[in-house]
Design a binder for this molecule. Sequence first.
Ligand code: DGL
Length: 271
Amino acid sequence: MTPLGLFDSGYGGLTILKSIHDLMPQYDYVYLGDNARAPYGVKDYDTVYEYTLQAIRKLFEMGCPLVILACNTASAKALRTIQQTFIANEHPDKRVLGVIRPTAEIVGQFTRTGHVGIFATPGTINSESYNIEINHFYPQCKVTGLACPEWVPLVESGEYKTQVADVKIKRQIECLLSTDGDIDTIILGCTHYPFLYEKIRKYCPDNIQILSQGKYIADSLKNYLNRHTDIDNKLSRGSTCIYYTTDKADIISNRASVFLNNDIIFKNIQL
Ligand code: DGL
């Protein structure tokens, strides 16, 4: 089997996998969540790079010709170096893709004011990757990012349905909109945040569009595979999904099944 691999620090990448799988159910998929070491968003560059590299090595060992970093933090901090060194030197026949560029690419289809807000982890915001990528495609766009260090722990701990989450989410929305009142489009620039979508929607004014990445990453990947038939031909088509976590498999399986309203069975793996 030569599956398509997806990697995230924890549950977040499942939101991306769901969209990709809905669009292209024919492929085999392997999901790897490093739940035991999440969150990544508050870790330094070297740590995120090292952990991401370990995960990619593991997914390559499992036979993946293509790995999607379904994690903005890893895409922001590790992707470029991994492509330029590890892939170029050791695995020129394989590919690793991120989630920031395909998201940045489509934002111009949504904003009318040209003012865009980003909610993401401290790692992603501090890297300024969204500002750079969006301004690459849309130089006139004004991009305002806000780090939300408390949001990933809300998801990983399962606390995101409580009132505590409402308070934390409302506070960040007010903070972002007080920085730039002309924002009409907000990108959820962390793959964990779609689990918070309903609460974010509840506290955002109706005129603001909130973009979850899943659909756009899936569309962009389909387009990539159509253009890169050499990679596409390497992917096996058995319609299977295997899930690995670095944490306790039974706990992660239970939570993921509730999050996605679907039975998901994780196996434990060591990186
Ligand atoms: N879900 C990841 C992201 O998109 C990482 C979150 C974290 O571990 O802090 O940024």
